[in-house]
Structure formats: C-alpha cells, structure tokens
Design a binder for this molecule. Sequence first.
Ligand code: GDP
Ligand code: GDP
Length: 436
Amino acid sequence: MKPVIALVGRPNVGKSTLFNRLTKSRDAIVADFSGLTRDRHYGDGRLGDHEYIVIDTGGFEPDSTTGIVKEMAKQTRQAVAEADAVVFVVDVRLGLSAQDQDIARFLRQANKRVHLAVNKAEGMSESPLLAEFHELGMGEPHPISAAHGQGIRSLLDAVLEPFDATERDEDGAEDGVIRLAVAGRPNVGKSTLINTWLGEERLIAFDMPGTTRDAISVPFERNGQKFQLIDTAGLRRKGKVFEAIEKFSVVKTLQAIADAHVVLLLLDATQGVTDQDAHIAGYVLDSGRAVVIAVNKWDAVDSYQREQLERSIEHRLAFLKFAPLHHISALKRQGLGKLWDSMADAYASAYRKMTTPVLTRLVHEAVEHQQPKRAGLSRPKLRYAHQGGQNPPIVVIHGNALEGVTEAYRRYLEGRIRAHYKLVGTPLKIEFKSQA
Ligand code: GDP
Ligand code: GDP
C-alpha cells in the first residue's frame, strides 16, 4: 500500500504550493479532488520507485472551537489520523509562532512520524534563522522552498525512507488472478453487490496464501477466471457478509484503486452522477487502471430517469468513454453475468501485447488514410511505433516534428489503434518522440 503523507501547518505557510510540487498533478481532475471532503485535497506522487499519496489540509489552529476554523481543525485531525507520516510546514520568513507551538504539541500527541519543513527558505539553507525551529522538538528542520523546488528531494527521501518501494506489476498477475476493486461512494450498493456475488453458486471462493478470514480481500473464481476482491473502502466483513460502514475514506479508495488491476466503478441510478462520483471517476482515470462502469439500482428507475441518467453519464463522465457501461441490479441479480466478461476484457486490454511491426504498420496505414496537418513550416512525420508499457498500454510513436501533432489527430490515431487491438475498458496513452 502506498504511504500517505499529510501536510499540516497554519494558513499561508505554503502547504498548497508544496502539495502541487509533491504531486506534480498531471491532471486537473486530481488537482481538484477537493470536493469529496471540503477542506482536504488528495493527490498522487512518485519519487523513483516510491509512490505515495499526499493530503493537503487547510490551515490548522488546534484550539479553535468555532466556525470555519474549527472545521479546518477537524479536517486536519482526520488527515493526520489517516496518514503514515506528517510533514509539518512552517514559514521561515515569519519565524516561529505560538500557533506553530500549538500544532507541534498536537502532533506530538498524535504519535506519527513528523518531519519539519521550513518553507520559503530559498537561498537560506545555512541561515541562522533556521535554528530557532529546533525549539519545536520535531527533529532536524528541513529547509525547503516549495515555490522554487529546493530541498524537496531530501525532504522526500527522509519521509519515504521507512517505507518499501512500490511493487510494480508490469506483466500482470503471474498467478492469473485479476485484482478487482469495487469503488463508489456510500450507498451505491457496493456491499449488496459483493454479497450477491459471494452468494452465487457459480462463484467459488478459494484459499490464497496471505488472505486472512477477516480481511476484506476475497479470492474467488468465476467462469474459470480467478479474481481477488481487494480491500474495498467503506466496507467491513461481518461473518460471511459485508456491510457498509458509515465512514467513507478517500485514502482507502485511492489505495484500493492503486492496488487493483480492474476497477468496477459503481453508480446509483436513482441519484444520477453526483460530484462525488465524478471525483472518484477522475481519480480512477488518473490512476491509469482498467475500468468498467456499472449503474446499479436499474430496477428502481423509470424510463424518464434512465434517459436523464444516460445524459448525465455522457456529460459528466465523458473522460471515461472508453469504459464499458452496464446497467445492473445487485438486489434483483440482474445484468451481473455480462459484468464478468467486461472485467476480464478490460484486464486483457490493459495487458495487451503490441509488437513494433504491427504498431508501425497501423501508424503508416493511419497516415495513408489521413495525413496529419502541417504545423507551421513542417508536417509531422510519423516513422515507427513501439509499445512503451502496459496497464495502461502506452504506444510511443517516433518521427520528426511530432510536436505539431494536434489533439484531434492524436485521438484519431488512438481510435485506430483501439479498434485494431479491440481495447476496451483501458486508457491508451500515446506518446510522441521526435528525433532531433
Ligand atoms: P497554504 O495556505 O499553507 O496552502 O499556503 P500557499 O501554498 O497558498 O502559499 C501561501 C503564499 O506563500 C503564496 O503566496 C505562495 O506563493 C507563497 N509561497 C509558497 N511557497 C513559497 C516559497 O517557497 N517561497 C516563497 N518566497 N513564497 C512561497
Ligand atoms: P454501499 O454503501 O455502497 O455498500 O451500499 P449498500 O450495498 O449498503 O446499499 C445501499 C442501499 O441501496 C441499501 O438499502 C440496498 O438495499 C440498496 N440497494 C443496493 N443495490 C440495489 C439495487 O440493485 N436496487 C435497489 N432498488 N436497491 C439497491
């Protein structure tokens, strides 16, 4: 599991700036992942082989008892509770304040690994001003400049040091087991669906080393394909059945998605696509995981609602157009059979092997059929292509003046490659490498 790092400190010390630096959010959807819980942002980051999750918090004043400040304090406490490590951010230019002392006191009680980042220290790594922060009793201060990217690497090295590198699973599950995460906000029907699955006769639970009886992770087999249901956020196992627990944990959801080969994104037909659904979907997209969408509670909506729903999916989840869409009823056991085929297809697509000769031929055929537009003086020249990765598949196209390839043309290429390889339920990334 990826370690979770919480950024804590009073307002204006530079937490959001540091958050952006640590997450390098490639995708606006992730950068704007705040809607789930108003005052916390979640993002993904990576340093070498270490992947991590960062939580940004608003400002923190531990003793506040009213209004928005109190709410922010609560959010910060929750973020710290969810975190494996805390980066306590202070501002060297303002110096040590009573508020910082209060926060330090709170963090000491929280019993987490805390690293002290003294921000806005550009060009000040040797400054005597740093010394006063020793007083906080949080260990050696790390001078950083979030805005200028200084000291970040050594701070991260220290933060990530106790955690193992993330295991990459480039070739898919060698043991042939598809790891499946069921993601969705509370009440969409996750536990109902899982219990329905596990109650089916055709579904055989099997033993797998490392899975304990109480863990939510359940291995089972369906149509000869082995699946492992991985720890799904917001569920608890009680005897033989799963039940939903009140609390919805974004971190758990992010970790489950990261740990999965295939994500089943569950929506509630009676509610349409809510902001929270869109945020979770945005995260799934950014994770690069294969995804299948199931609209649950299809039994409970009339034809007008169905139409509305189709439109809101088209509109709000347009960025997941590659994902197969199913309409199901977990309660009435409808539409469940085809889901399995879709999930297996999505998995196979994510790990599809594409050879250089075939990719190159596809690219040449695409160009013959429709040339890329001229950009300025030169026309992009697509020479050959190879596969740069799996899960999600990455196609690297080599040539000249490829900077000039338009987004529309990239989509055109994507469409042709998808069609040839019958890719469903997986993102397909296309990268361009121009020769000098
Ligand atoms: P937050 O409220 O703790 O999230 O703080 P922000 O990230 O919004 O930053 C507050 C202000 O400090 C902004 O004006 C930033 O541009 C500025 N700031 C952040 N990091 C640095 C830094 O490393 N050096 C300097 N000089 N300013 C910074
Ligand atoms: P979770 O929080 O995502 O695990 O959601 P639950 O499985 O606890 O389901 C929330 C509510 O939706 C419960 O009252 C279920 O009975 C109901 N529900 C789940 N699936 C269906 C379905 O397919 N149709 C209908 N009509 N209700 C459902």
